[in-house]
Design a protein around this ligand. Structure first.
Ligand SMILES: [Zn+2]
Ligand SMILES: [Zn+2]
Ligand SMILES: [Zn+2]
Ligand SMILES: [Zn+2]
Length: 240
């Protein structure tokens, strides 16, 4: 922002100019120039600069900053643009090439594109590839044609909810950053657990999913159904 100010007010931040201003004030004192003329000499270009600066500053958010990243789709140059969600990287060949990407910037300003994970899943609306994105509530699937197609899907574990049996368990992120599993039928079904669901029915009751608690003492597998009480030690055996 400081650079912008200096750029917009070249005269004022110019040392020579300040010296000249001083001289002119001296002149006023000596009576060789009227005070009024001096003020006008100073104020007129200043007012013009101010108007220009207002325009520049208003446009600053729309400024496009060139980067050294090459467009993945067409090999063209890319620029940083401003959108509703903040900065993003876009191809300069837009609208011919619609490549855009989110990115991160390190302390030295080095840009790293956020790689989008392919999933093999197709968008229900347009048939394009779905990619994994990370949002406020953890990972989710989004159409790779975003922003043209805004279709999203939750990632399910493929494991049925032990409570309602028809819902699927999805990974969610708690405010603390810790992950838990919840039913995708929420809010109708409020099942949620910190434990890891197993794709394995309870051998004792009708429950479709067992839960595993991983700890240093070993993995404990239990049935989440109240009153069932099924429990087993599962140390050393990893289950997906
Ligand atoms: Zn491109
Ligand atoms: Zn789509
Ligand atoms: Zn459920
Ligand atoms: Zn059970």
């Amino acid at each position: 922002m400081c650079d912008v100010l200096v750029e917009s007010f070249p005269n004022i931040f110019n040392v020579e100019f300040t010296a000249q201003m001083e001289n002119e004030l001296d002149d006023v004192e000596e009576g060789s120039k009227t005070y009024e003329t001096t003020l006008k000499d100073f104020y007129t270009p200043f007012a013009e600069t101010l108007e220009k600066a207002k325009l520049t500053m208003r446009n600053i958010k729309r400024q496009e900053i060139p980067t050294d990243i090459v467009c993945e789709k067409c090999g063209g140059a890319t620029i940083i643009k401003w959108g509703k969600r903040g900065e993003f990287l876009a191809c300069t060949k837009y609208p011919d090439c619609k490549f855009t990407s989110e990115f991160t910037k390190d302390e030295e300003g080095k840009i790293t594109l956020i790689k989008m994970e392919a999933t093999g899943e197709k968008c229900d609306k347009c048939g394009s590839d779905m990619i994994v994105k990370t949002g406020r509530f953890g990972k989710f699937l989004a159409c790779s044609k975003y922003p043209e197609c805004k279709s999203t899907k939750t990632i399910t574990t493929g494991i049925n909810c032990p409570d309602c049996a028809t819902g699927m368990l999805v990974e969610r992120k708690a405010k603390t950053g810790r992950f838990f599993y919840g039913c995708n039928k929420y809010p109708e079904c409020k099942f949620a657990t910190w434990e890891t669901p197993l794709k394995e029915p309870c051998p004792k009751c009708q429950c479709v999913t067992l839960l595993a608690k991983v700890s240093k003492a070993g993995n404990k597998v239990r049935c989440p159904k109240e009153g069932c009480g099924f429990e087993r030690d599962d140390s050393g055996t990893e289950k997906a």
